[in-house]
Design a protein around this ligand. Sequence first.
Ligand SMILES: Nc1nc2c(ncn2[C@@H]2O[C@H](COP(=O)(O)OP(=O)(O)O)[C@@H](O)[C@H]2O)c(=O)[nH]1
Ligand SMILES: [Mg+2]
Length: 294
Amino acid sequence: MGNHSSTVNVSGSGHVGTIYMRAARSFTVSEPWRKISWGDNARDLQYVKEYKPGNKDIKHVRILLYGPDGAGKSSFIKSVCSVIQGRVTTDALTSDKSYNGTYETFKIRKEGNSETFCHFVFNDVMDLKDGDGICADDIKLALKGHVKEGYQFKPSSPLSPEDPGYNPRPSADDKVHVLVCVLSADSAGITDSVLKKMADIREAASELGIPQMAIGTHIDSACPETKKDLKNVYKSQQLKQKVKDFSAAVGVPENYIFPVKNYSDETHINDDVNTLILSALRQMISLGDNFIEK
Ligand SMILES: Nc1nc2c(ncn2[C@@H]2O[C@H](COP(=O)(O)OP(=O)(O)O)[C@@H](O)[C@H]2O)c(=O)[nH]1
Ligand SMILES: [Mg+2]
C-alpha cells in the first residue's frame, strides 16, 4: 500500500508550493489500509446489545480502560452509552468520583431510563501521570479482581490485603476480561515514565492471559481529512502512521488498534462515529468473551 497515495486540497492560487508542502504533510490519503463497512451498524449494534457471556456463571465482560490523562477514557464510555441508547447522552456518567481515582464500574443501560443493562461493564482507572497517579501494582490487583468497588486509589501507597478496599476472594465477574489501552492520536507523545508504567500493566495482563487491545482517540483533531469526513480514517496515512507508532510504543499489534472518534461536542448521533465505536466495542466484547470461555 501507499503507492496509491495522493495529496488532496492542493488547489488554490498563489503560493502553491507552500500549500502543497503543508498539504503533503498533513492531508495525505490513499487506498484504505483497513476495510470496514460504513453505515451498516444494525448488526453490530444488535450484537453488542444482545451479547451475553456463554458461561452462565458470569454476568458480564469486564473491560478495563487505562491510559494517559485526557486520552478519552471517560468519553469513550459515554460514547458507548450514546451509541447503545441511540442519542447523545448527557448523563453525568463520569461522576467526580472517577476523576479523583475511585474504582468504579460503569454499566450501560440498554434504553435511557430502563433498568436493563448490557452484559459488558467498564472500569476506567485513574489517569497515568508522570510521577503520580495510580500505582501500576494497583492496576495489577484490579486485573485480578482484588479491588473493591468504590476503593479510592492512593498514588503513593498500593492497596494491601489488610485494607478494607481489598477483595480477598474475587468472583469471576470481578476479574478483568479484556484490557484496553486508550491513547490520543492528537498528543505529541507519551513520556517514558508513562510508557514504562503501561508496559508493566501489559506484562501483568499477559501473565494472567488477559487479552489486550488499544483504541486511538481524537482522530478528528489529529487529521483534518478525517475531521471533514470520518470515512477517511482508514485512508489517512497520518493515522496509519499513528497506529504504527502506538503499536511500537505499547506493543499491541496494529490490527488490535482501533481508531475511534468519541462524542465530544456533538448533539446528534452520527452513523460513521457509531461505526467506529461499534467496531472497537465488538472487538472488546469478543476478546473478553474468548477469555471467559477459557
Ligand atoms: N475532538 C475530540 N475530543 C475528544 C475525543 N475524545 C475525548 N475528547 C475530549 O478530550 C478531553 C479529555 O477526555 P476524557 O474522556 O475526559 O479523557 P480521560 O482523562 O482519559 O478520561 C475531553 O474534553 C473530551 O471531550 C475525540 O475523539 N475527539
Ligand atoms: Mg476520565
